[in-house]
Design a protein around this ligand. Structure first.
Ligand code: VAH
Length: 319
């Protein structure tokens, strides 16, 4: 059975990818690694093999990969878009320094390497509607710069050294286990928590600002799907557009009102995150992922909203 390492395991995606991988491949075949001390982590992460490690410590990471004979690495280490604008130099250091370490180790140890890109890799000059798989990428955020550079690095290491790199361009990810940290799309997560606790939300993104979004189960499906795909079908490899829904704040508010009728929303715009959001596409074309490895999402805005409110109500209201 494939031996898997997830680095950045305590983040929004990692905290749900690790249990899902353990369900599929077996608990003893999935190693979770993160900077955090195990005492700070959820039981779902530390109820299996956990290694505390800094992705910038090449020797330590290589040692873990050798110790467990790792066949595949999911690299989820990144500073997201909004925090990346507060700390651009650190964002470059972690997002690309970590990736470069894994690529260099991959040259020697020959494991598969998944590194997500993002809608953040596009910029104001990118076509906003039905954004093509192959198009102009001139992002204006440091996060986006690290994502475009990451896509190019992963292509390079595949072509030059044969490292089996793979990746997708994720939309904003919506989930109910671990809160995201420092993203522009986080409003689409925060709104559910506020709707349940206060029946009101003050949104920092303007009405009418469309962005691609995806529910966590589909995010996990995309990450695992591209890593399990038959690469002989690939025309692309490290940056498949994967889409599921596109909405603007008024639309997610309307979906919530169908379940919580007295929900209300007003606005207090964050100019930094609004500026980042406006530089991103409205909706990506994901036909290449569908053609090359049979990608297809399962959730839409209404089914996601129903599930988010059901799960969060149980936890927040003991319902
Ligand atoms: C962010 N949630 O907002 C992340 C993501 C597509 C956006 O990369 O920065």
């Amino acid at each position: 059975m494939k031996k898997i390492l997830v680095v950045g395991a305590s983040g929004q995606i990692g905290s749900e990818l690790v249990p899902e991988l353990r369900r599929i491949y077996g608990e003893s075949n999935v190693v979770a690694a993160d900077l955090k001390d195990p005492s700070q982590l959820a039981p779902t992460l530390v109820n299996g093999i956990y290694e505390q490690a800094d992705i910038l410590d090449t020797e330590r990471v290589a040692g873990i990969i050798k110790k467990y004979n790792i066949d595949a690495v999911y690299n989820l280490v990144a500073l997201l878009s909004s925090v990346g604008e507060q700390k651009p130099q650190l964002s470059w250091k972690i997002n690309l320094g970590g990736l470069m370490n894994l690529l260099e180790i991959g040259r020697e140890l020959h494991f598969q390497l998944f590194t997500p890109s993002s809608i953040g890799s596009f910029g104001p000059a990118t076509p906003k509607d039905n954004t093509p798989q192959d198009t102009i990428q001139r992002p204006t955020s440091m996060y986006g710069v690290t994502k475009v550079a990451g896509e190019l690095l992963c292509d390079y290491y595949y072509k030059k050294y044969g490292v089996d790199t793979r990746g997708v361009r994720f939309p904003g990810i919506i989930s109910n286990v671990t809160l995201p940290g420092g993203g522009t799309t986080d409003y689409a997560v925060d709104i559910y928590y506020e709707a349940i606790k206060k029946h009101h939300y003050t949104c920092y993104i303007k009405a009418g600002t469309y962005m691609d979004m995806m529910y966590m189960p589909d995010c996990l499906k995309a990450a695992i799907g591209v890593m399990e795909a038959d690469s002989s079908r690939f025309i692309h490899r490290n940056c498949f557009n994967v889409a599921s829904m596109s909405f603007e704040p008024e639309q997610i508010a309307a979906a919530i009102k169908k379940v919580i009728p007295d929900f209300t929303m007003d606005y207090d715009i964050d100019p930094v995150r609004q500026g980042i959001a406006e530089s991103w596409p409205n909706k990506m074309d994901d036909s290449c992922a569908r053609a090359e490895w049979d990608w297809a999402p399962s959730y839409d805005l209404d089914t996601m909203t129903e599930d988010m409110i059901k799960v969060l109500s149980k936890r927040l209201l003991n319902k």
